[in-house]
Every structure is written in C-alpha cells, then in structure tokens.
Design a protein around this ligand. Structure first.
Ligand code: SAM
Length: 230
C-alpha cells in the first residue's frame, strides 16, 4: 500500500472476462456508488448550484461504465425541477451496450467514445465529470483526460476517485463480501491498490487543478475555468 500497484490488472478490463460477471458488476456499481462514492454531496455542493429551471445545463460523464451515475444525476436534478442534460461515454463496447439497454430518462444519452473523440468533434459541455476512472489510467492517459476536460468543460470539471489507504482496503474487503458473482470485490480491492494518495494526485495534477478530500475514502480533482485557483 506504500506504492501504487500500477501493474495490478482489474478483471473487468480484460477483453475476455466472463460476460455474465461483467454485467453483474455494472449492475452492482449502482449500489456501490450510492453507498460509497459520495456523489450526493458532490451534486448538492458543486453541480446543483450551476443548474436552472429555465435552460438546460449539459454534463458529460467520462468512463460512465454501466451509466448509473448519469441516470442518478438526471434523477436528482429532475426531482429538484432543474434542467440537466447528461451524456455518458465509455470507450468499452460492453459498458456502452449495458448502459444503453437500461431504462433511462430522455435527458440521458450514452455513446461509445472517449473524451478525445468529443474534443475532435468540437463538442463542449458545462460540466465534465468522471467516477472511478482516474486509477485505471496510465500517467499519459490521465494527462490527456485532464487536457480534454479543460477543452470540453465550460464551467467545471470534477474527477472523483478512490484514495489509497489501508483503512479503505480493510473496510472495503469486509463491506464487499455480500457482492457475489461479480468482479466488485476483487476489482474494488485492486482499484484501491491502484489509486493515488492525496499527495500523489496533487503532484500529478497540472496547474489550475486542485485535489480535495471529500469523503473518508475518496478525493476529487477539480478545475474551474473561471477560478483556476479556487
Ligand atoms: C471502474 S469503471 C467505473 C465506471 C463508472 N464510472 C462507475 O463509477 O460505475 C471504469 C470505467 O472507465 C472506463 N475507462 C477506462 N479507460 C478509459 C479512458 N481512457 N477514458 C474513458 N474511460 C475509460 C472503463 O471502460 C470503465 O467502464
């Protein structure tokens, strides 16, 4: 746990992993994210203040996996009677297939793409987010994601990820015992080993980005184009 396990491989990233287990992993992400990822607080503090009842705010979820966060954000904003238009992208065809088959509101759409595809198309969004993606990336891929986010996001980028520490590893190891038949427990533990400490992510962050600890086991990389030092 002292060093990032950059060579550890998550089962779900293997092209030939068991498709039934992968589907169940996408399904179980929904509960895992709701319990552990802290997006309700990020929505209330960071995203909701940008939304309005009159015109739609656009949000891009990069590496959306099974799409549960995209659907959840649309649900919360709808309940608040605020307009939010959500695009979830993932380069993995299996994630795109799963997300697009799940019932979702018309304000949510999914695409098989990565952030650089959207930059090439000249697309822009008010808000760009990701959840549990950063630790999957090589240093050059992380740098590319952050460069793309700066081009794509008009108002805010938020990249939420796990923070590596022993307590998180021990607690998730117990908490994930009920998640059977999927890659949730094995990949979750690998993810914690692959994730950054606060100091490591701060060192990897380009100028204008800051890292904030926002839950016992998560940290978020934040960029505001209008307030780069905020
Ligand atoms: C652990 S899953 C998280 C999925 C979802 N965001 C969630 O929180 O449930 C990581 C996702 O990142 C995607 N991913 C991997 N490399 C990526 C990249 N370079 N750009 C965008 N997404 C990527 C994977 O395909 C995978 O679906």
């Amino acid at each position: 746990m002292r060093r990032r396990a950059v060579d550890a491989v998550e089962m779900m990233d293997l092209p030939d992993c068991d498709p039934a287990k992968l589907e169940l992993t996408y399904r179980q992400f929904e509960l895992v994210n709701r319990l552990f990822s802290g997006w309700r607080r990020l929505y209330c503090r960071e995203i909701r203040p940008l939304l309005s009842r009159d015109s739609a705010t656009t949000l891009l979820d990069v590496g959306c996996g099974g799409g549960d966060l995209a659907r959840q954000l649309a649900h919360w904003s709808g309940r608040d009677k605020l307009l939010l238009d959500v695009t979830g992208i993932d380069p993995d065809a299996r994630a795109y297939s799963y997300a697009s088959r799940r019932p979702h509101h018309v304000s949510v759409r999914f695409r098989q793409a990565d952030s650089s595809d959207l930059v090439r198309e000249g697309r822009r969004f008010d808000v760009v987010i990701s959840n549990h993606v950063i630790h999957h990336l090589l240093p050059a891929e992380l740098a590319q994601l952050l460069t793309d986010s700066q081009v794509l996001a008009r108002r805010l980028s938020l990249h939420n990820d796990l923070r590596r520490n022993l307590a998180a590893y021990a607690l998730f190891s117990l908490a994930a015992l009920p998640f059977r038949g999927s890659f949730i427990r094995a990949d979750g533990l690998t993810s914690i080993r692959r994730s950054y400490t606060l100091a490591e992510l701060t060192a990897a962050a380009p100028p204008g980005w800051r890292v904030a600890r926002h839950s016992p086991f998560h940290q978020v990389l934040i960029h505001r184009p209008d307030h780069p030092d905020d």
